[in-house]
Design a protein around this ligand. Structure first.
Ligand code: BF8
Ligand code: SF4
Length: 684
């Protein structure tokens, strides 16, 4: 059953679901006192339960904790102990004042906003890339046979990626090739000169532009370190220079760190293919041991998939009175094991606390990124064991079982045992929201799209390009990113994506956005007829795909780069990424990783629009550089629009402008005309 916002009334709130949704103004302006919390029915049911039980959630705290207006616009600097300095945008009456306000050291509002923005990119790149480093190190151990439970599953992809790395494969065993690839991948992080290997995957024209602009990254770590240095007190104090360095660092994320992580994970765990699964809190089972994996690294989750099948572990569960063991995911850990195994998804970022509030989660197993500290307090109110597993991420009050690749399978079994032993400790009957799970199809890797469109023997993006050229598909949009408690949960994603597909724009999605789509039934082939425009629906029906394609976790935004590059290389849609009728968006973003992702899309030539709030509004100059000048420099620029429908139309207008520049705008007019005529005939 699809999720419907049947009851969006929040217990204790004066607003009801039938009232107009108040669109959150950019944080830092007047925060709407009471926004509708969610459009997800399961979430609403759990919020009602939380309110009844007096449990405070992120939704409540977002109401009581107003964002600092100066920090929200990027005008606060605390990079040295002479500060913190606040240089808010001038009020109307101060405009035109001779002297602009600066920090104690003289740093201007544009420097401060650009420095803050650049640091977000550095942190986001570090997060994706440190995850990638862990994957590369595990890959190397697996190749050497020193990581039990891990293996090389996709040998074809191993050879392809090895060749990209310039590794001679002739006459070598797969094991030898994998070891060489693992070593080369690990070396990418500490590379001091030259450029990351995957940069060569970008269209030639883009590579040349990056070279000309001096933004081709060197090693991944080097770009992060340099950006942290540049943003230190008293170093780079030119906002343009800071933002260009930010672009360079972000490119090291998209075209190196994140891409390494996606590619090596695919080789180790299998390249995703379309897979059916279910999503939302309703996937939890009352009579089974529920284990939720939450975070980002797929290493332990992959082994848990194996561990829970172990007869001894199964028998232990039975002995405790459970009918079985139910493994489900949350956030990007969920996306990883969904894409490759069809493991059910319990929910996206804003649902993590709510899963525990069901009283049905026997263990929540977390690794890194997007895990709220509040989980520890909430877990104490129920029976849930919160288990941290990464040496990099501990949470006070949680149990810590450290993961290491050498003994991964045994650690996974220990985690499973902890959950099973906890099953009898449930406090009363759990409450699993009613009617709260939905079918979906996920698993659209870049290679899969290739096969689906072109066939196994002639895998190709030609049919996609042709359908764009003939106008049935207007363009492509990548809609990605988080949930943000300062705006209605899932609403921005769903409104934007429905508007895009209605206008024949095919959507590719990752992260929490993909989960919002899954919960709302957009990741099913049937959604094409229900929501998509005539042209897009006809293509989806012919190929048998949903109008919204789930491409994986946030590191898998690298798949979007690859898909877009494949479209350019296929021909007929220009010779650079910036020529494509394509756009990107993160309507409910919250994490620094989202800013890193957005910046590598912009630097790759993609028009990218964010919603909810924008972190440089304190400086007109810095914002202008991001929103306008980057367009001239990279052919892709940032934009901010909190209204998801308006944002969708800005993306569509951009797509139409690109179609016009390519000379394919007339084709679409003919398609529309034909359809109009068809409708007239049908109604006659
Ligand atoms: O990396 S979309 S809330 S879960 S940051 Fe986090 Fe944002 Fe979700 Fe995945 Ni991505
Ligand atoms: Fe203030 Fe300058 Fe120090 Fe920032 S670096 S806190 S602006 S004195």
């Amino acid at each position: 059953m699809a999720d419907e916002p049947k009851n969006t009334k929040k217990a204790g709130s004066k607003k009801s679901g039938s009232e107009k949704i108040v669109v959150t103004k950019p944080a830092g302006k007047e925060q709407a006192a009471s926004i509708v919390k969610t459009v997800c029915y399961a979430t609403q049911q759990m919020l009602d339960k939380a309110a009844k039980e007096g449990i405070s959630t992120v939704f409540d705290r977002a109401e009581t904790m107003k964002p600092c207006p100066i920090g929200a616009e990027g005008s606060c600097c605390k990079h040295c102990a002479m500060g913190p300095c606040r240089v808010p945008a001038p009020k109307k009456k101060e405009e035109g004042a001779k002297e602009k306000r600066t920090g104690v050291c003289g740093a201007t509002a544009e420097t401060i906003a650009a420095r803050n923005f650049a640091r977000m990119i550095a942190a986001g790149t570090a997060a994706h890339s440190d995850h990638a480093r862990g994957v590369a190190e595990t890959f190397l151990l697996a190749a050497k046979g020193e990581a039990p439970g891990f293996e090389i599953k996709d040998e074809q992809k191993l050879l392809q990626v090895a060749m990209d790395f310039g590794i001679e494969i002739e006459g070598k065993s797969n094991k030898a090739i994998a070891i060489e690839l693992g070593e080369a991948a690990v070396a990418e992080f500490g590379r001091q000169e030259g450029e990351p290997v995957f940069i060569k995957r970008a269209p030639l024209k883009r590579q040349e532009l990056w070279k000309k602009l001096g933004v081709t990254p060197r090693g991944i770590d080097r770009e992060v370190v340099e950006l942290m240095h540049r943003t230190h007190m008293g170093v780079d104090q030119d906002y343009r220079s800071l933002l260009m360095s930010g672009a360079r660092c972000a490119l090291a994320d998209g075209w190196a760190g994140s891409m390494i992580s996606t590619e090596l994970q695919d080789i180790m765990f299998g390249n995703p293919v379309p897979v059916h699964a279910r999503i939302n809190l309703g996937v939890l089972k009352e009579d089974e041991v529920n284990i939720i994996v939450h975070g980002h690294e797929p290493l332990l989750p992959e082994l848990l998939v194996l561990a829970i099948k172990d007869p001894e572990i199964q028998a232990l569960a039975k002995s405790k009175g459970a009918k079985g063991i139910n493994l489900a995911g949350m956030c990007c850990s969920a996306n990883e094991i969904l894409m490759r195994h069809g493991i059910p998804v319990a929910g996206n970022f804003l649902q993590q606390e709510l899963a525990i509030i069901t009283g049905a989660v026997d263990a929540m197993v977390v690794d890194v990124q997007c895990e709220m500290q509040s989980l520890a307090q909430i877990a104490q109110c129920y029976h849930t064991k919160l288990i941290t597993t990464s040496p990099k991420a501990k949470i006070t009050g949680a149990m810590h079982i450290e993961f290491n690749e050498h003994d991964g399978l045994n650690i996974a079994k220990r985690v499973a045992r902890e959950a099973i032993e906890n099953f009898p400790n449930r406090k009363g009957k759990p409450f699993i929201p009613k009617g709260a799970s939905q079918d979906m199809i996920a698993g659209f890797s870049h290679e899969t799209i290739n096969y689906l469109l072109g066939g196994v023997f002639r895998a190709s993006y030609r049919p996609l390009n042709d359908n764009i050229i003939n106008g049935r598909i207007r363009g492509v949009a990548g809609v990605v990113g988080c949930n943000n408690a300062r705006t209605t949960h899932d609403d921005g994603h769903l409104k934007m994506i429905k508007e895009l597909i209605k206008n024949d724009v095919i959507v590719i999605t990752t992260g929490c956005s993909a989960m919002a789509c899954g919960k709302a039934g957009l990741l099913t082939p049937e959604a094409a007829r229900q929501y998509a425009g005539e042209g897009l629906a006809s293509v989806c029906e012919t190929v048998g795909i949903p109008p919204v394609l789930h491409m994986g976790a946030c590191v898998d935004n690298s798949r979007i780069l690859m898909a877009a590059t494949a479209m350019v290389k296929e021909g007929g849609l220009g010779d650079d990424l910036s020529d494509l009728p394509a756009a990107g968006a993160a309507p409910e973003w919250m994490s620094e990783k989202a800013i890193a992702i957005g910046q590598y899309f912009v630097a790759s030539g993609v028009f990218t629009i964010f919603g909810t709030t924008w972190p440089t509004l304190g400086s007109e100059e810095t914002t202008k550089m991001l929103f306008e000048e980057m367009g001239e420099i990279f052919g892709g620029k940032w934009a901010f629009e909190p209204d998801p429908i308006k944002a969708a139309h800005l993306m569509i207008a951009h797509i139409d402008a690109k179609r016009k520049a390519l000379g394919i705008d007339k084709a679409r007019e003919r398609v529309l005309y034909d359809m109009e005529m068809r409708r007239e005939l049908e109604s006659a």
